[in-house]
Design a protein around this ligand. Structure first.
Ligand SMILES: Cc1cc2nc3c(=O)[nH]c(=O)nc-3n(C[C@H](O)[C@H](O)[C@H](O)COP(=O)(O)O)c2cc1C
Length: 192
């Protein structure tokens, strides 16, 4: 069975609207993919700073990180679920990406150009936004970043499913928006 990794950066657990969209889509994709979920927490990965860079430059990367990056590189599909924070996604997701962005595992570079090494052909990015920011709006700084990362790592197409204006909608409207995003997502899952 082909492998799919879910990267779950929904910090509000039971309250998370983003995760409510993720769950039925993951259940649907679970019929065709072997799913592994990485639930990000905040304490699990260290931002790549001086210490980590110095370690990397001396040739050392913790085995746990290398194994995780190899899994990402080998996955057939990725699903990223992350709420819209500070016009992008939570920093914990960026920290995770920095940790996984390893030379000769997720990408390589021949001295003049880089080359993605990931097997993945499609990424599904699921988000909910508090403000009325649509995907593709210049205020959406998350989708363009994930597309750029997709180019670096060689992830293929990045498809965004989003519900907007969640913090300014009535409870009924929020339910409708979640249902619409799930319906749109299930349609995408048919060919994902
Ligand atoms: C720390 C934090 C930062 C946020 N920053 C923004 C923002 O910059 N723009 C925006 O539209 N909504 C912002 N929001 C609102 C969330 O995007 C919105 O409530 C979303 O539905 C939360 O997703 P969740 O229910 O999955 O946690 C922020 C929420 C939090 C908790």
């Amino acid at each position: 069975m082909r492998k799919l990794i879910v990267i779950d950066a929904c910090m509000r657990d039971g309250e998370s609207r983003t995760r409510r969209i993720l769950e039925p889509l993951a259940a649907e994709l679970g019929k065709r993919y072997e799913i592994e979920t990485i639930v990000l927490d905040g304490d699990d990965y260290r931002a790549v700073g001086r210490k980590t860079l110095a370690e990397r430059n001396s040739g050392y990367v913790p085995e746990r990180i290398v194994e995780q990056a190899k899994k990402i590189a080998a996955a057939d599909r990725l699903v990223i679920a992350a709420p819209f924070w500070d016009m992008s996604f939570p920093a914990i997701l960026k920290v995770f990406i920095e940790n996984m962005s390893l030379f000769n595992i997720t990408f390589r570079d021949n001295g003049t150009y880089f080359d993605g090494l990931c097997r993945c052909e499609k990424v599904l990015y699921i988000t909910t936004r508090g403000m009325n920011v649509r995907t593709g709006d210049p205020l959406d700084a998350a989708t363009p970043y994930l597309k750029a990362l997709g180019t670096l790592w060689g992830l293929g197409e990045v498809i965004t499913i989003a519900a907007e204006n969640m913090d300014y909608s009535t409870p009924e409207e929020i339910e409708e928006k979640i249902d619409a995003a799930v319906a749109q997502g299930l349609e995408i899952c048919r060919n994902f």
